[in-house]
Design a protein around this ligand. Sequence first.
Ligand code: PHE
Length: 540
Amino acid sequence: MPGTRGPVPVPVQNGDRDLTLQILEAVDENASVKTSETFPNASQTEVKAALDRLASRQMIEYETDDSEEVVLTGEGQQIVDEGSHEFKVWDAVRKAGRMSLKDQALATPSAKVGQGNAFKLKWIKKDGDSLIPLTDSVTDTTREVLQYVAEHRALQNPRDLKDLRKRTLVTTQKIITYDARKGPRWARDIPVEVTDLTADMLADGSWKTANFKPYNFKALGEQSQGVGALHPLNKVREEFRKIFFNLGFTEMPTGRFVDTGFWNFDALFVPQQHPARDMQDTFYVSDPPEAGPPGPDPEADAALNAMEEEDRDEEDSDPPTRPTQQPTKHLDYAQYYANVRATHQDGAFGSIGYRYPYNDAEPRRLVLRTHTTAVSTYCLHRLAANPRPAKYFSIDRVFRNETVDATHLAEFHQVEGVIADYGLTLGGLQGFLRRFFKKMGLVGLKFKPAYNPYTEPSMEVFAYHRGLGKLVEIGNSGMFRPEMLLAMGLPEDLRVYGFGLSLERPTMIKYGVNNIRELLGHKVDLGFIEGNAAVRLDKA
Ligand code: PHE
């Protein structure tokens, strides 16, 4: 049976037969069935469960009747079986003809009651110290009334009830009886109701004829249903975004996970033979086999235009970096490509170049971007249309062909910022990074000279981690090389800072996660995601 789960009928045993089926049979044969009469020996709960099972499918309808019935006590039953106490006394006296008042048979409490009643009824009388019968035949009314109760569970004359109760021959009991009849979806058999639509049912077509259980919209449902929860990475991301927005940054459009070798590597002066370009470090996309020449990305441009427009409207944005509208130069992507190519191969814009024959296939290769600097590069080139001070940031996913271990995944998130302004200095970058990381509670920054093909000088950023009691690397930074910016057409005195860090590292520190696989991927415990408080980066 495909996809049946949940409340399929569970047979209720009544004797050897299923009570649900017995009810169906009875309702089929009678216009109306009183369960107390038809199933006098079945338990009330079982009867009710069976009725509800059928009524929920609208196969039957029923009403509940509360009533009272009269039932015999043990003593009452004994009278039905043997005759009343007065009858038994009269009978014994009649058979003996004369019975001494001291006779053992008259000594029991019930015989005493019977003797009294038999006197009243004039069935016997005292004769000296003996009893003698007054009649040869009697009508045992008490027994007859009780026989009627045994048969009908009621009294012919309701006035007898008080008396019989006092004599503890009968009691009353409440009975619930159900009055059942056919319902709008009457059927002789219980159809199996399907509660889940499964892939198998779709594949074999059985969904077309399946008898689906209707939704019960009146069900109260569960008390606390789990609602969506932000992943810790998203919480930390939101904190970073707020910091960037407060510092007057504009968010870059980072939707393009697949980018070209040009934006990801060549434009950044990553040598064409650089180990990072190797298949071992970069995921290349094989289909389509190659991209066209570098050109504008209309979607990204529209998104960035909209965001810059929004920032211009903001009253409190930083005056020096407020983008000023100037006549926009046409962006010549072919010229830009030629500049990048020439700088790699022969040197240009003050650079001696790498002096290797430039391979035009490399910039056309499609890659899963290995850093968001590919996006920053696109945005910086776009800035050459209207060179001006600008601050951009992005927080999004990047991919690297790494061996997965406790601290590395093949994909992670980068937080990246670029600042373009006139007359920037290295000290200014250090000052900015101190202010930026202070907002995250990281102080006592240390800088270590490093190497990036696209920045000079480059610095790794370290901060003292109180929990670990040592300096930990928190980011990478530098000033973009002039040959990279000049090739874009940016003016000579416009300098650009760049810095990047992973989103995962501060999140792991914040949430006490030691294994990155517990933070991202299929091993993540949903309870961890749902149970974590919103993050507040410690302000120093
Ligand atoms: N792209 C660098 C990285 O992946 C970060 C960076 C960005 C460094 C911009 C300098 C300038 O680590």
